[in-house]
Design a protein around this ligand. Structure first.
Ligand SMILES: Cc1cc2nc3c(=O)[nH]c(=O)nc-3n(C[C@H](O)[C@H](O)[C@H](O)COP(=O)(O)OP(=O)(O)OC[C@H]3O[C@@H](n4cnc5c(N)ncnc54)[C@H](O)[C@@H]3O)c2cc1C
Length: 349
């Protein structure tokens, strides 16, 4: 797997929007047919819902795997698609898709990576995961500078006065990581119960008891701004007490929520929050744009990983026909096809 940074327009056969299990398997099915793909995901890592929402949970309905952890499934898919060398563009949402006059698609991401793609597969699942934001007046203006929803470099917070919001694993993990490295640290969570691992919560409580950090059960009410700079935040405690916290940096880990987002604006026929496709090729209402996995809709649709895998297999044939209509299509088995085995890098085994 190669990971690309933003660059000049990339000419390619296929762009896959979404690196969830179905987007990853799409790479495989295209690879078997000799078609290479670029994969874009707004998350910083592949895996979609499996990695983001339930990495440690066991899945029992993947054919031939009686039980498989969700992250394990993603790892296995990544291993399976390795021979096809897809290029991944992670941490960037696809924001614009436009049909060009020559029937190619102009695709652009939030990080300004652009593609001239001959076909597009939307494997966007339940949409682009977005961080739940603080929701305080003026917070948007400080985003990325003094208010953060993900951490790119922990070192940037060393020696700073920090307030961390949230009660899940991310909030607790970063609290434990940054306690002792930040100048001061306060964790704020709205209720007594935590979603984080009990061991992390216990560790945090020990640090509070040892006077190494503060914990407040309460809600953020208002930002403190002095001379245009964020200076802290006002918290209303569960007991009604008002806390004025000085802070240079606020980190909020309220989790992620899926949003159909820009996909809704690409001129595709939708059915509620899903993209209508045919069941022969899984093509959308726009020829050359296909959709697989949770994002699509057709009569009888079931949002299951194995359904998405089937859709990816048929979409690959549809894409091949769209790209090379003159090419005769025939079914080959990986067991016996020398060309497929060559593509898989297993020739001679
Ligand atoms: C708790 C839980 C348990 C589950 N258990 C099972 C199970 O046991 N068996 C089963 O079959 N299914 C299960 N599912 C459902 C399964 O996870 C989904 O069917 C599967 O993840 C769908 O895969 P996907 O690739 O279509 O989409 P997703 O996994 O949702 O991935 C879509 C990806 O697209 C990205 N994306 C979306 N829009 C954009 C954009 N504009 N630009 C860039 N990236 C974008 C998203 O960031 C995301 O990473 C479960 C789901 C949950 C929540």
């Amino acid at each position: 797997m190669s990971v690309a940074a933003s660059s000049a327009p990339i000419e390619c056969e296929v762009v896959i929007v979404g690196a969830g299990p179905c987007g990853l398997f799409q790479v495989f099915e295209l690879g078997l047919l000799g078609i290479s793909a670029h994969v874009v995901d707004s998350l910083a890592h592949p895996g979609g819902q499996c990695t983001e929402l339930y990495p440690d949970k066991p899945i029992y309905d993947i054919p031939a795997l009686p039980v498989c952890g969700a992250q394990e499934l993603v790892d296995r898919l990544l291993q399976q698609i390795k021979p096809f060398n897809a290029t991944f563009h992670l941490g960037q949402e696809v924001t614009e898709v436009r049909r060009e006059t020559d029937k190619r698609f102009w695709v652009r991401t939030a990080a300004d990576t652009t593609f001239h793609a001959r076909t597009l597969v939307i494997a966007g699942g339940v949409g682009s995961f977005q961080p739940r934001r603080l929701g305080l007046e003026g917070a948007e203006g400080f985003e990325g500078q003094q208010i953060h929803y993900r951490i790119k470099s922990a070192a940037a917070f060393h020696g700073k006065d920090l307030v961390i919001f949230g009660g899940g694993d991310s909030a607790l993990d970063w609290t434990l990581d940054l306690c002792g490295k930040a100048r001061s640290l306060t964790l704020v969570h709205r209720r007594a119960e935590f979603r984080a691992a009990p061991a992390s919560v216990a560790k945090m409580q020990q640090l509070v008891a040892a006077g190494r950090m503060r914990y407040i059960e309460g809600l953020a009410e208002q930002l403190l701004v002095r001379d245009g700079t964020l200076a802290g935040v006002i918290i209303t405690g569960k007991d009604g007490a008002r806390h004025e916290l000085n802070a240079e940096q606020l980190l909020a880990f309220y989790g992620l929520h899926p949003k159909l987002g820009p996909i809704a604006e690409w001129g595709l026929e939708l059915d509620k929050r899903a993209i209508r496709v045919d069941t022969e090729k899984f093509q959308t209402s726009v020829p050359g744009i296909f959709a697989v996995g949770d994002i699509n809709f057709y009569p009888g649709k079931k949002k299951l990983i194995l359904s998405g895998f089937h859709e990816a297999a048929l979409a690959a044939f549809g894409i091949q026909h769209h790209l090379y209509p003159e090419k005769k299509q025939f079914l080959q088995y990986t067991t016996t096809s020398p060309i497929m085995q060559k593509r898989l890098g297993v020739t001679g085994n």
